[in-house]
Ligand binder design. Structure first.
Ligand SMILES: Cc1cc2nc3c(=O)[nH]c(=O)nc-3n(C[C@H](O)[C@H](O)[C@H](O)COP(=O)(O)O)c2cc1C
Length: 367
C-alpha cells in the first residue's frame, strides 16, 4: 500500500482523513495516515490554538490544513447582503424555528470572532491562511477553486504538498496549472459540498485528465475493499471524511453520533438548505422541511447561510435533538459501530490487503 506519495509525505498508508476535529486529525496521523484539519469552524484565533495543539500531538509526523478561498467577495458586507433576503424566506425560517422550538442563539456577537461555518469569504480564508502558514503544515488543501498564487508559492517554499479538490470533470487541469501537486476527485456520495457524478465514474476520468498528477479518490469510502477499488481506478490513495465522525476521538455531539450509527445510506441526501450550495447531509425534519413542496427554494450562497446561521447555531446551543444533524456521505450506512481511530485505520488496511489478495487470486484462477 505504501507508494511514492507516501514516501513524499513520510506516511505509512495513502489514507487521508478530512476532519474538523483536531483529536481525529492527530490520531489519524499517529496511526500512519494523514489527518487534515478543516478550518471552516474556527476563527483565526481558535485555528491558532488548534494548530499549535497539532504541532504538539502529531509527534513530528505530518498533518494538513484545508482552507476555502471563494473567488468572489460576496458575503463580506453582511449588513448589505442581509437586506436582500426576501421576506418569504425569513418568514419560513421563523415558522420552522417555532415549529421545532429552537429559540435564539446564545451569543450572536461571537460570529465576528468565531463561527464561520456557513459563510465563507475570500478575506476570511486569507486571514486563516496567515495563521496556517506560520505552522508550515505538510499538506495544504484548497477546497473551493484553484489555490491562490501566494498560497501556492508559500506552501511550496517550505515543501508542502498542495492539494486541489474537484467534484466535477474539467476542473482538475486548472488546479494543476495553479500548482496543485495532488488532486482529490470527490464523487457525489461524499459528505459535504459536492457534485453529481459518482466516485466510480469520476475518478478514472480525472486520472485521465491529469495523467502526470497523483489523484486521491474521495466519496463513499468506508472500508478497505473500496480502497482497493480506488487504486484499481488509477488513484494513488483515498481521501475520507464521513468515516471519522463516529470514532471515539470525534467531538461530534453525542445525539448526532447516535443518529449516524442508526442511519442508512439513503438518509444522506443532498440539499442546498445550509449554504445555498448542494451539501450531502443527514436527513432531519429541518432538511425535510426545506425539501418539501411548501418551502421557498433555498437562496444562492452566501445568502442561504446568512439566512439560517442563527437558527442552526441555536439548534446546537440548546441541543434541539430532533433537528440536530451534520454533513455526512452515503457511507453513513456502513458506519454502524464506534471504534477508535487506530482500530479504524487497522481495519481499512487489513480490508485492503484482503481485497487485493482476492483480486490476485481471481486473476490467477482465470489464467
Ligand atoms: C462533516 C463534513 C464536513 C466537510 N467539510 C469540508 C470542508 O470544509 N472542506 C472540504 O474540502 N471538504 C469538506 N468535506 C468533504 C471531505 O473533504 C471529503 O472530501 C469527503 O468527506 C469524502 O467523502 P466521504 O464523506 O464519503 O468520506 C466535509 C465532509 C464532511 C463529512
Amino acid at each position: 500500500m505504501k507508494n511514492r506519495l507516501c514516501d513524499r509525505l513520510g506516511i505509512d498508508f495513502p489514507i487521508f482523513a478530512f476532519t474538523h476535529c483536531r483529536d481525529v486529525a492527530a490520531a489519524v496521523t499517529q496511526a500512519g495516515g494523514l489527518g487534515v484539519l478543516g478550518t471552516t469552524r474556527q476563527s483565526p484565533d481558535l485555528l491558532e490554538i488548534d494548530l499549535a495543539w497539532l504541532d504538539e500531538h502529531c509527534g513530528g509526523r505530518p498533518y494538513g490544513v484545508d482552507l476555502l478561498f471563494p473567488a468572489n467577495t460576496a458575503g463580506e458586507d453582511e449588513e448589505r447582503l442581509r437586506a436582500t433576503i426576501p421576506a418569504e424566506h425569513q418568514q419560513f425560517v421563523a415558522e420552522l424555528s417555532q415549529q421545532f422550538r429552537i429559540g435564539e442563539p446564545k451569543d450572536r456577537a461571537r460570529y465576528s470572532t468565531s463561527g464561520d461555518n456557513l459563510i465563507t469569504t475570500h478575506r476570511r480564508g486569507m486571514e486563516k491562511w496567515e495563521v496556517a502558514r506560520s505552522h508550515q503544515p505538510a499538506l495544504v488543501a484548497s477546497a473551493l477553486g484553484p489555490v491562490p498564487r501566494e498560497v501556492e508559492q508559500d506552501s511550496h517554499g517550505w515543501g508542502a504538498v498542495v492539494v486541489g479538490m474537484v467534484g466535477a470533470l474539467g476542473q482538475a487541469p486548472a488546479h494543476v496549472a495553479a500548482g496543485a501537486d495532488v488532486i482529490v476527485a470527490q464523487g457525489t456520495e461524499a459528505g459535504g459540498h459536492g457534485g453529481r457524478i459518482s466516485t466510480l465514474v469520476l475518478v478514472p476520468q480525472v486520472v485521465d485528465e491529469v495523467p502526470d498528477t497523483p489523484v486521491l479518490a474521495a466519496g463513499g469510502i468506508a472500508d478497505g475493499r473500496q480502497i482497493a477499488a480506488a487504486i484499481a481506478l488509477g488513484a494513488q490513495g483515498v481521501w475520507t471524511g464521513s468515516l471519522w465522525l463516529t470514532t471515539v476521538e470525534s467531538d461530534l455531539e453525542e445525539p448526532v453520533k447516535r443518529k449516524l450509527l442508526e442511519a442508512g445510506s439513503k438518509d444522506a441526501i443532498q440539499s442546498r438548505c445550509l449554504t445555498g450550495k448542494p451539501i450531502r447531509m443527514l436527513r432531519t425534519p429541518w432538511v425535510d422541511a426545506w425539501e418539501s413542496g411548501g418551502a421557498p427554494p433555498p437562496l444562492p450562497a452566501p445568502l442561504q447561510g446568512l439566512l439560517v446561521r442563527d437558527t442552526m447555531t441555536a439548534i446546537f446551543d440548546h441541543e434541539v435533538e430532533e433537528v440536530m444533524g451534520t454533513a455526512v456521505g452515503q457511507a453513513v450506512g456502513m458506519m454502524g459501530k464506534v471504534t477508535n481511530v487506530r482500530t479504524q485505520m487497522y481495519e481499512l488496511v487489513d480490508g485492503f490487503a484482503g481485497a487485493a489478495a482476492a483480486f490476485l487470486e481471481t486473476v490467477d484462477a482465470d489464467r
